[in-house]
Design a protein around this ligand. Sequence first.
Ligand SMILES: [Cu+2]
Length: 381
Amino acid sequence: MGYLRFPSMAALLFCFCVAVALMPEFAEGRTRHYTFNIKYHNVTRLCSTRRIISVNGKLPGPRLVAREGDQVLIKVVNRIKENVTIHWHGIRQLRSGWADGPAYITQCPIQSGQSYIYNFTITGQRGTLLYHAHISWLRATLYGPIIILPRRNESYPFVKPYKQIPIILGEWFKADPEAVISQALQTGAGPNVSDAYTLNGLPGPTYNCSSNDVFKLKVKPGKTYLLRLINAALNDELFISIANHSLTVVDVDASYVKPFNTDILLIAPGQTTNVLLTTKPNFPNATFLILTSPYFTGAGTLDNTTAAGILEYENPLSSTSTPSPIKTLPLLKPSLPPINATKFVNVTQFVQNLASKYRSLASTKFPANVPKQWTGSFSSP
Ligand SMILES: [Cu+2]
């Protein structure tokens, strides 16, 4: 009898385990492994070449992709002379604070020739974040996107995008950023400003000697794209806008928000915004500039330039023998808030209005669990 009963008990246990695994709150994430080699490589921008420090020889660095609930193991190998750490900017690091990354705060830096495995689980977050170096100014070129997809079998609380495209805003220095910051620390003066802003590492045609280094966002008509916008600039807040296209904000810093439309966005350094871009229903016979420029209200100097990328529609005629006429199409330009003093008040007003539009999604599935009653006491015990 015992011999016969055993398989039926095992079958019951198996069914129970399967049932538990299928319940979303018990669904285990998978473990994802990455290797980040921190190396030097040469990059030419604005007609000058310099050695930069990046991940796996890429600017921006490779995409780190995971689902909510996944454990991520990243082996960081230091193949440069400088000490290095990587900060997983915005990851909550619940019970893994030692994997956060700020040098001399949560860890000793990884020394030349050494490696370290960052180990964390993504909990209660989905959307876009970024990683970057967190020692001195190595983050000027050492940065990349963190893409957190919803759990398996879970959908977005918005229309399923046709494609997802990260756009990382950054800065380009003709000089070595390490020399820039070390000079500032020695003199006590503010550091020299960057020479250009970039979209996915490319400054675009608004700068001298940069007409070939242009980020192109290639789209099809009548589709919805999810743009994962990241500001990886060192310290500057940046506006971004696409000519003749409205953007729908759906997720900020890996939290869903109540969707709202805007023509112009502002993103602070280290922050991210996911937007839906719905393309025009038909080939528009034009191309569209994507511009990014800084918002600045303080004293001192800043890089007051504008970087540009191009939104380009796939030409329906290009599949025939006719050569693509895209270069001959009119190039439309968005207007960004100007930075000059006379418009100063208007810009600030614009930013305040924009900021007031950000609201938590606060749906049944993604509630805003904010305590509404204060139960503590200000008096000492
Ligand atoms: Cu950071």
